[in-house]
Design a protein around this ligand. Sequence first.
Ligand SMILES: [Zn+2]
Length: 253
Amino acid sequence: MQYFDAHTHLDMKHYDNDRDRVIARARDAGLVGMVTSSTGPGSFRRTLGIVEKYPGLVHHSAGCIVSRLTPGEAEKIVVLTRRYASQIVAVGEVGLDYYWVRDAGARRAQEPLFLRFIELASELALPMVVHARRAEREAAEMLERHFDGDVLMHCFDGPREVAQQVADNGWSVTLPANFSRYRNRREAAKLLPLTQLMLETDGPYLSPTSGRNEPANVRLGCRALAELLGLEPQEVAKVTTDNALRFYRLGGP
Ligand SMILES: [Zn+2]
């Protein structure tokens, strides 16, 4: 079977001791690609190095840590993304985070930064990977107003109405390997057509097991999704992999 991890963070320190083995395990597990999301200027540079080492297998999506982003950092990420645009497959994760950020003023301050990245993705004609936590509705509204390109709502955990909005807009959702523990995610998985679903790990986070998460675990998400939809895992693996290759423009069907 062929799998694709549509969102992970391979540059993080959790992988410093065994990054090559983690990537080798992913390849052995049948992954034909993974998109690693950088989360700031330092992370961006580390990610360039990792991607260079695994051409055709590891791809770079340039983003931030939404809840901790400052205007100065956003500006640096914009400059780097423009400079290395030819080596980047998407802008993100970027978005709105109301889970960690509770203050109304601080929440509002995220909007111009998100808009900056929406404009960047438009300018570079790249798809967007969106982090919207407890702010799915607000993020969807900004995207509808300002963005024409392809959108992936990563780790989507929003209510049913927003899942429907995502489906109607032709956007995609990624399900983490442990998605079946969350009601909203199970509902989104059933509501969206399979052609708008992808699998991710968000490794090292959101582990479906007790340990650290890693790309090879997309297999577990695939199995859970197949079970939920009453489909063969082979079919789920094939369609979600094709979706990711198409979304990130990696020569998919
Ligand atoms: Zn992430």
